[in-house]
Design a protein around this ligand. Structure first.
Ligand SMILES: Nc1ncnc2c1ncn2[C@@H]1O[C@H](COP(=O)(O)OP(=O)(O)OP(=O)(O)O)[C@@H](O)[C@H]1O
Ligand SMILES: [Mg+2]
Length: 317
């Protein structure tokens, strides 16, 4: 095959999602280069393929014992999807930039920020932030289902946690401990307080010891936990809050502007006090749905207000 044909086949196999075929063609290219006497090129291609195989193998060996306790996904959101203060956005950018340039930092004996604590009210973009970071770094996002771990492996949770931290060490990714303090839900408040405390302590110890190339993100809604003992174990803490006037406006424009140029966003702002980013987004979607499904309905301030009122009534009784 001529070089151009190889390239075309490679591109085709990539877009038709045929990794096996991709590897076969890459090996053919290596053989072709070797025949032409380009031994260095041939060897480099082969070593890239070998490395990729190694990583794949690791994933397979680790999956079974943690089955059902970790969700893997590849998020498709980026920095422009979050509406937040400049402070929050610049912290996200800094985490990404330090990670990308961590080798540079290491040459000076410095570590990139990689243990991150996010805290704030529901629906303000904490989980979204974890997805954005994973996507910006082109890493898989692994969400650890802490409360499943506690209910299913009562008493052995610390042992399971150790396996999770082994995985963090072996497979590079963004590991998300979402609401790690809500372990066991209601139950943990009475009977299982002891167990919860133990789990939390071992979690914090594992975090402290971790020395991997992965990124660890822990999320909590529990302000009481935000004491110094917790803070000092993390490299960075990002605090989230309900949207201010600028953020509310940005959210409304972002969700509704394409739908109607006639809306007077500024009139809506005072009516959406106390709602989170997520609630405002949902109210906008409600209003859009209503205009789509009801032919007589046109998108208006009144309609958006009704949707906001409904959301308000549902969440803030
Ligand atoms: N700051 C934000 N900017 C834009 N959209 C947001 C923001 N916060 C929330 N949303 C919207 O709401 C959805 C839910 O938000 P997210 O899951 O990030 O909230 P959270 O802070 O993790 O809340 P919880 O504490 O309830 O888990 C997001 O997928 C997004 O559509
Ligand atoms: Mg969340």
């Amino acid at each position: 095959m001529a070089k151009a044909d190889y390239i075309i086949s490679l591109i085709k196999s990539h877009y038709s999602n045929e990794p096996e075929r991709f590897t076969t063609i890459a090996l053919q290219i290596a053989a072709h280069e070797a025949k032409l006497g380009h031994v260095l090129v041939a060897n480099e291609i082969k070593s890239i393929i070998d490395k990729a195989k190694e990583t794949k193998y690791k994933t397979k060996t680790f999956a079974p014992e943690l089955q059902g306790l970790i969700l893997e996904n590849v998020p498709a959101v980026n920095l422009s999807d979050i509406i937040a203060s400049d402070d929050i956005k610049s912290k996200i950018v800094r985490i990404v930039s330090e990670f990308v340039q961590r080798d540079k930092l290491r040459k000076h004996d410095l570590e990139n920020r990689r243990k991150i604590l996010l805290s704030g009210p529901p629906g303000t973009g904490k989980t979204l932030t974890a997805s954005i970071i994973a996507n910006e770094l082109k890493l898989p996002l692994f969400t650890i289902l802490m409360d499943k771990m506690v209910t299913k492996y009562m008493g052995e949770t610390s042992a399971k946690l150790r396996q999770v931290f082994d995985l963090i060490e072996q497979k590079q990714g963004v590991y998300l401990f979402d609401e790690f303090d809500a372990i066991g839900g209601e139950r943990s408040r009475d009977n299982d307080v002891g167990e919860m405390r133990r789990v939390l302590n071992s979690f914090l110890q594992f975090i402290e010891r971790d020395n991997s190339d992965s990124l660890i993100i822990a999320i909590t809604n529990n302000k009481a936990l935000l004491d110094q003992a917790l803070f000092r174990r993390f490299d960075d803490v990002i605090l989230y809050h309900l949207p201010d006037e600028n953020e509310k406006l940005a959210l409304l424009k972002n969700r509704l502007a394409q739908f109607s140029k006639k809306l007077k966003f500024n009139d809506l702002l005072p009516k959406i006090n106390g709602l989170s980013h997520a609630e405002i987004s949902l109210a906008c979607i409600d209003a859009i749905k209503e205009t789509i499904l009801n032919e007589k309905q046109i998108m208006s301030n009144q309609l958006v207000l009704k949707a906001i009122k409904d959301r308000n009534a549902a969440y803030h009784k």
